[in-house]
Design a protein around this ligand. Structure first.
Ligand code: NAP
Length: 340
């Protein structure tokens, strides 16, 4: 490789990102700094969170500076090293960017990984990276559903949602998923073992709330919220007393310049529910522990992690937008290269 192809943020999107908010450039391949290394990125995780990082707004991470490559979790191989902790050829996972080569330093966000635990590097990124582990820690450490409790998951056919539902079943909960369209709802039941699936498309808050009530007459004990807006409003109308709400994401708002929010927040008070603002970052020191459990469940056939692997750094914009049209079927991953 003689060039480092990079997908840059050149303008802050207003609402839905457009192609002109980005540029695709070729720059010189970087060299490892003293004590650091260069990663050859092989697969990048494309995540709804990246949309938030493009805004200049208060958040849990600084905005991506204009002119920088778009930040992304990647898995790849050490291409050059001046660190005793990383050898050329080591597989590593970390918070890098949408580019061929990223520079890292010891003690940063990049860690060596043992990809032999699963059948491919991309699956390691999908299941044992931040997104798979969002489901794992969100359920086992935050929501903690008890056997027989009703767990409602929105964005249920996506990367986080499908894992949340399956882990909920492993923990003994009764699982209801909300997803867009009959095809995705069928997959919730047939592929992921959900007990019930509800299609939210084209329904009012009242209609959706009635459909949830029909399958959860005793109320929802745990709400794992990935979507927000009308979907969350309908769920809030079905909380059981002392329900726990894991607020994981609000994807319906990410491209909306006006944040409409939810209108039924009163139900949190009325049902004496607990609302947890949840970020996977807190659990980064425990990724190896959570990943080992996830790998075990996958090996036993109890957890299925589907991926939507799309190819080519030059196609990043079109691939990224799959998240917001609902085109992705499983964890959205961009393949950049096979290896060194
Ligand atoms: P994903 O669910 O695999 O993909 C996004 C899905 O969201 C789409 O397939 C689509 O599914 C749905 N969607 C898109 N726009 C929508 C809209 N306007 N209204 C309703 N649904 C919409 O993505 P993911 O990576 O698993 O992320 C899911 C959620 O988890 C996001 O909110 C993300 O920000 C959050 N998350 C949070 C953390 C954390 O630490 N808190 C970490 C990772 C992810 P349908 O076809 O079903 O509409």
């Amino acid at each position: 490789m003689t060039a480092n192809r990079r997908f840059l943020l050149t303008r802050r999107p207003h609402g839905t990102p457009v192609r002109e908010d980005f540029s695709f450039v070729e720059q010189a391949v970087p060299h490892a700094p003293e004590g650091g290394f260069v990663v050859r990125n092989c697969y990048a995780s494309l995540d709804p969170a990246q949309r938030g990082w493009m805004d200049d707004a208060p958040s849990y991470m600084p905005p991506i500076p204009l002119g920088d490559a778009v930040r992304a979790s990647t898995i790849g191989v050490i291409a050059e090293s001046r660190s005793p902790d990383f050898q050329v050829g080591d597989w590593v996972m970390g918070l890098n960017a949408l580019e061929d080569y990223s520079v890292g330093v010891t003690g940063g966000f990049t860690n060596k990984v043992d990809i032999s635990q699963v059948d491919s590097p991309s699956r390691f990124l999908s299941a044992m990276g931040a997104v798979g582990l969002t489901a794992y820690f969100g359920l086992t450490e935050v929501a903690k559903p008890k056997p027989g409790e009703t767990l409602l998951v929105s964005g249920a056919a996506g990367a986080v949602g499908s894992a949340v539902g399956q882990i909920g079943k492993i923990l003994g909960a009764r699982v209801i998923g909300i997803a867009g369209g009959p095809g995705k709802c069928r997959r919730l039941i047939e592929d992921y073992g959900f007990d019930e699936a509800i299609d939210y498309k084209g329904k009012s808050v009242e209609q959706l709330a009635a459909e949830i009530r029909a399958v959860a007459p005793g109320g929802v004990h745990v709400l794992f919220e990935n979507v927000g807006g009308d979907v969350m409003d309908a769920a809030l109308l079905n909380l059981a007393k002392y329900a726990r709400i894991v607020l994981c994401g609000l994807i319906s708002e990410y491209n909306s310049p006006e944040k409409i929010g939810v209108r039924n927040l009163w139900q949190v008070l009325a049902q004496q529910a607990t609302l947890y603002g949840y970020l996977i970052m807190d659990y980064a020191p425990r990724f190896a522990e959570g990943g080992a459990v996830m790998a075990g469940w996958m090996a036993q056939g109890r957890l299925r992690i589907d991926e939507d692997v799309q190819e080519g750094l030059e196609n990043t914009y079109d691939v990224f937008m799959r998240l917001f049209t609902g085109a992705n079927t499983g964890k959205l991953v961009l393949k950049i290269a096979d290896g060194l």
